[in-house]
Design a protein around this ligand. Structure first.
Ligand code: PLP
Length: 394
């Protein structure tokens, strides 16, 4: 099919709720994807942070092939091996929690909110979330998302959500009461522009939750599964949340989400309270097991640290050349380039020149290379960005 033929199908048959780039991606491998016109794209934002170990990692592809030949899906009325093994692998890499599996980040957060309510009922019902956050598009998770632009057209939202400025300890203390069931934040706000939570802020959440019997939920949908150089971003800080959520790169491209809760909290989710037909299906779990094994066998956590430092250095050098860059921030391979003006045109121009990055929150270029990237690939990406920024000099 030609690019135009595919676009015509979408125009006629697919709901137009995405602002799509005019490219049809037909295959991906490692740090590259390819469009229907044969163009190679160096993908430094693969799958919107889903392909954290690159496109079509061979170990993931093989695990999916193998599992597909045996059992694609069995309902949660039964036990299945991949789900149990995956839960163990995740638990051992976080805080010894227990997992509930679903299919996306929003569903993982939805489960976390429901569990927090269940666990703290009947006295508590409020959820505190942070301005600039993004937690998903279901009714509860969009209500948790403290950005008015995502609420437009959907009012009234489910009640009980209280919004506070991100990284503001005083505001958090002021918002707290014994009615608060949970605080939910991202350790690094992704859609909000790669805003890193301060140690003091996360420690204050932990302390206030402990003092008030509330649940600390960290949304690790974007930060989790090694992206920051640790399995989960909270591990950069000296504290343990009660619940974490994950999705995106967990399945290496297969659709899977998970919520992990401390065992005493998890105990509140008894049969009949929550479920997901596809949650924990054998195919997605087999893919996620392969992702975890590949990360360990190929030293990708270490690579994320080294490469992250390297990328930050290279991007800092670009800042010296281009006054449009205000500063660079982030942890590991979750990097934001704060511009002094909106940057969508810059991301678009990079794509024309064969580099995919993203622009979020209007003025932040988001650079999230896969953990298998090499220095050469980063150099290539920075060179393309350098060229584009040079064109933009006014
Ligand atoms: N939470 C965070 C931090 C996210 O970045 C996203 C998606 O971008 C979500 C939740 C929602 O995930 P999904 O789109 O898989 O529902």
């Amino acid at each position: 099919m030609t690019t135009q033929e595919t676009i015509d199908l979408f125009d006629k048959y697919v709901i137009g709720n995405y602002a799509r780039l005019p490219r049809v991606i037909v295959k991906g491998h490692g740090c590259y994807c390819y469009d229907a016109d044969g163009n190679e794209i160096l993908d430094m934002f693969p799958g919107w942070a889903v392909s954290g170990i690159g496109h079509c990692h061979p170990k993931v592809v093989e695990a999916i092939r193998e599992q597909a030949g045996r059992l694609l899906h069995i309902d949660n009325t039964f036990y299945s091996e991949p789900q149990g093994i995956l839960a163990k692998l995740l638990s051992e890499r976080a805080f010894g929690g227990k997992c509930f599996f679903c299919n996306s980040g929003a569903e993982a957060n939805e489960a976390a909110l429901k569990l927090a309510r269940l666990h703290t009922a009947p006295q508590k019902y409020k959820f505190i979330t942070a301005e600039g956050s993004f937690h998903g598009r279901t009714f509860a998770t969009v209500a948790a998302t403290a950005q008015p632009k995502y609420h437009e057209g959907f009012l009234p939202l489910p009640p009980g959500f209280v919004y506070v400025p991100f990284n503001d300890v005083d505001a958090l203390e002021a918002a707290f009461s014994d009615e608060v069931a949970a605080v939910m934040v991202e350790p690094i706000q992704g859609e909000g522009g790669i805003n890193v939570a301060t140690r003091q802020y996360l420690e204050a959440i932990r302390r206030l939750c402990d003092e008030n019997g509330a649940i600390m939920i960290l949304d690790e949908v974007q930060t989790g599964i090694g992206r920051t150089g640790k399995w989960f971003a909270y591990q950069h800080f000296d504290l343990t949340p009660d619940i974490i959520t994950m999705a995106k790169s967990l399945g290496g491209g297969a659709a899977i989400g998970a919520m992990m809760a401390k065992p005493d909290v998890a105990a509140s989710l008894v049969p009949g309270k929550h479920a997901s037909t596809f949650g924990g299906n054998a195919l997605a779990c087999a893919a996620a097991i392969a992702v975890i094994e590949a990360i360990e066998q190929e030293n990708m956590l270490e690579n994320a640290v080294q490469l992250g430092e390297y990328a930050r250095r290279k991007l800092e050098q670009l800042k010296e050349k281009h006054s449009i860059i205000d500063h660079v921030r982030g942890i590991g391979l979750m990097i934001g380039i704060q511009l002094t003006r909106p940057g969508t045109d810059i991301a678009d121009r990079c794509l024309e020149k064969g580099l995919r990055i993203n622009c979020t929150n209007k003025t932040v270029l988001r650079f999230m290379p896969p953990m298998i990237a090499t220095r050469d690939q980063l150099d290539q990406a920075v060179d393309i960005l350098d060229g584009v920024l040079g064109e933009n000099v006014k």
